[in-house]
Design a protein around this ligand. Structure first.
Ligand SMILES: *[C@@H]1O[C@H](CO)[C@@H](O)[C@H](O)[C@H]1NC(C)=O
Ligand SMILES: *[C@@H]1O[C@H](CO)[C@@H](O)[C@H](O)[C@H]1NC(C)=O
Ligand SMILES: *[C@@H]1O[C@H](CO)[C@@H](O)[C@H](O)[C@H]1NC(C)=O
Ligand SMILES: [Zn+2]
Length: 427
């Protein structure tokens, strides 16, 4: 059925030309040697992992036409279990578009109940929601536009507080969409806004904490992924390398100033893990840094939303060493994962929790969770939200599950905030 639909859409839809002939595969390494063999192919075959490969977990990797033969040859040689994910990436992206279309309702995307969770919203609608919420709830919500993106779009976040951050409450800071294509991360943050001001069922969260919610770190990238190149991940800067106009963009989550460019990143501007010309080369990461510096002594919990993989990851990711906060990081991580699992009515796997380098057998430097931890924030996490390849979708979470994932993620955030409140004292 899925194959047939994909075939039909191939005939009618000429969008996503770039992805002509691309394929994606599930790969499932059964030991560390196979995992390393996979990693060693990334550069040679320009592999794009949509989810993290780990031992015994199937990950999805996208492969361009010229590399498919070589890639499959080595998989066979190394005896790495694999099977097709999407035979025709271009057609699948057109099919994903149809899923999105089918979810469009005649209702406006912003109504009396705030933004809707039936679909992925364009940047303009997300920003309109932030503006409207700040106006409507002006006693508690303040909108801040600290800077414009590389291409000149405003970057906007909300401060949510009973007294405009005047009393010394612990601060919870959540950001999302530093990686452009990780669309599901944005509603996970707007839903937190919704639950803090529009439909308050946990009043202690605003009583006891101040909140900073930054739903779209990488506004340029999101817009570009939304309108042009679906699988875009990086920022859109062109000033980081002499090849910057041919290969624009920096991996924002390799651009933070901690152990920068030492692992899982590099100086090749055409790579999806390009670290930039220097730490904080990107205005988008400088905005996050500015927020951190402004509130650093009060931030009790930082979460950066990513997808996909159903994981809660914590430092140190650059080298896999154990944080001195390991036991509280792990304990709060497990509690969040439990709550998310309790909340979920879907067949998503239970979140795995751990040190990112150890859980993934992969070190990556310059990531925001390591950086915030290095500044002294005790609880800092990267969430990998669940799902894709569900009910026919290929590279997005099927939009009919946006609401559920947002609700489940909020259950985790609630628990994380309360745990942070128990252990955190402002110094
Ligand atoms: C909130 O908006 C109302 C109506 O525009 C205005 O009267 C009030 O002073 C505002 N309150 C704050 C705290 O800005
Ligand atoms: C408010 O949230 C609760 C619990 O999350 C939910 O059961 C209820 O339907 C929501 N109400 C509205 C009006 O959205
Ligand atoms: C990066 O961190 C180092 C060491 O803390 C500091 O000396 C340097 O100024 C920072 N660079 C930027 C761009 O923030
Ligand atoms: Zn990501």
């Amino acid at each position: 059925m899925k194959v047939l639909l994909v075939f039909l859409f191939t005939l009618v839809c000429a969008k996503h030309e770039l992805y002509e002939g691309w394929k994606s595969f599930f790969v499932k390494p059964s030991n560390v040697e196979q995992l390393n063999a996979l990693r060693n192919m990334v550069h040679k075959f320009e592999l794009d992992f949509i989810s993290h490969p780990t031992v015994h977990t199937a990950a999805v990797v996208v492969v361009k036409p010229p590399h498919q033969h070589g890639f499959l040859t080595i998989l066979a040689e190394e005896d790495i279990e694999h099977w097709i994910h999407v035979e025709d990436v271009k057609a699948q992206l057109a099919f994903d578009d149809q899923l999105i279309e089918a979810q469009h309702t005649t209702k406006r995307s912003i109504g009396t109940e705030g933004i809707t969770y039936e679909n992925y919203q364009p940047l303009e609608i997300i920003y309109e929601y932030l503006e409207t919420t700040a106006q409507k709830y002006n006693e508690t919500v303040t909108i801040v536009t600290p800077a414009n993106s590389f291409e000149g779009r405003p970057i906007k976040y909300l401060k949510v507080s009973k007294d405009n951050f005047r009393s010394n409450k612990p601060v919870i800071f959540i950001d999302a969409c530093i990686h452009a294509r990780e669309w599901i991360t944005i509603p996970a943050v707007t839903y937190a806004i919704h639950k803090l001001v529009e439909n308050v069922t946990e009043p202690d969260l605003l009583e006891n904490f101040d909140w900073i919610l930054l739903p779209v770190v990488n506004a340029d990238g999101y817009k570009y992924s939304y309108d042009v190149e679906r699988l875009w991940r990086k920022t859109r800067s062109t000033d980081q390398h002499v090849l910057g106009t041919i290969c624009p963009g920096v991996d924002g989550n390799r651009n933070y100033n901690f152990s920068w460019n030492s692992a899982g990143s590099g100086k090749n501007p055409c790579s999806d893990q390009f670290a930039g010309s220097k730490p904080f080369s990107e205005i988008e990461t400088r905005v996050v840094d500015g927020i951190l510096k402004e509130h650093i002594h009060k931030i009790a919990l930082y979460i950066s939303m990513h997808s996909f993989g159903s994981m809660i990851l914590y430092p140190w990711g650059h080298d896999g060493t154990i944080s001195k906060e390991e036991s509280i990081l792990h304990d709060a991580g497990i509690k969040m994962a439990d709550e998310i699992f309790q909340s979920s009515t879907l067949q998503f796997p239970k979140y795995k929790v751990g040190n990112s380098a150890i859980l993934l057998d992969y070190t990556a430097s310059g990531a925001s969770d390591d950086y915030t931890h290095s500044l002294g924030v005790p609880l800092t996490y990267t969430f990998e939200l669940p799902g894709f390849d569900l009910d026919g979708s290929g590279f997005i979470l099927n939009p009919k599950y946006i609401k559920q994932v947002s609700v489940d993620t909020w259950a985790g955030v609630v628990t994380g905030a309360r745990e942070a409140g128990k252990i955190f004292t402002i110094t």
